[in-house]
Design a protein around this ligand. Structure first.
Ligand SMILES: [Ca+2]
Ligand SMILES: [Ca+2]
Ligand SMILES: [Ca+2]
Length: 169
């Protein structure tokens, strides 16, 4: 098993310390990046890298085979693998926040939302067909971006989490 860790925000610490805290430790390989997410099969790690704005990248779980998946002028962050490992949802900050999804190789990018409100804190349903998210309350949409339903309207409602599917084995 492997354990990755994410350190607290840098706040007012010196830049060098901040940089160190943002490194992802993979065995002895350290990467100056953050927000790591293991693929469901444990073979890959998606993470956020910074080239001025932010991009999503993927590497093998041993820190090799780095591939940058996005290359654009928006701030892309918070990669989350679909349960079957074929897609990665991520946050796109274009001034407000949007939710995007792409194939795990960086192709087939779809912006699931495109508006002037913040769409964030998304969570894949266990069957991979839907995403819960936060837009001034909790919402749910199909993983294709359509069928948006707003469930609550309180800005205090955050971090939606799906119940697990009972194991049928
Ligand atoms: Ca970017
Ligand atoms: Ca927008
Ligand atoms: Ca938005």
């Amino acid at each position: 098993m492997q354990l990755l860790h994410r350190s607290p925000p840098c706040s007012d610490r010196p830049a060098a310390s901040c940089r160190a805290e943002r490194e992802i430790g993979v065995g002895r390989v350290l990467v100056d990046d953050w927000a790591p997410a293991f693929s469901p099969d444990g073979t890959k790690i998606a993470y956020v890298t910074n080239d001025g704005d932010r991009e999503i990248a993927v590497m093998a779980a041993d820190g090799t085979d780095v591939v940058q998946l996005t290359d654009n002028s928006t701030r892309d962050s918070l990669p989350k693998w679909s349960p079957d490992g074929t897609k990665i949802a991520y946050e796109i900050d274009d001034g407000d926040k949007e939710i995007g999804v792409m194939a795990a190789d960086g192709t087939d990018v779809v912006h699931l939302t495109d508006n002037s409100t913040h769409d964030t804190q998304f969570s894949w349903s266990p069957d991979g067909t839907r995403l819960a998210f936060v837009r001034a309350g909790i919402g749910v949409m199909n993983a294709t971006g359509n069928g948006i339903r707003r469930l609550t309207y309180s800005r205090d409602d955050r971090d939606p989490v799906w119940s697990p599917v009972p194991n049928s084995d």
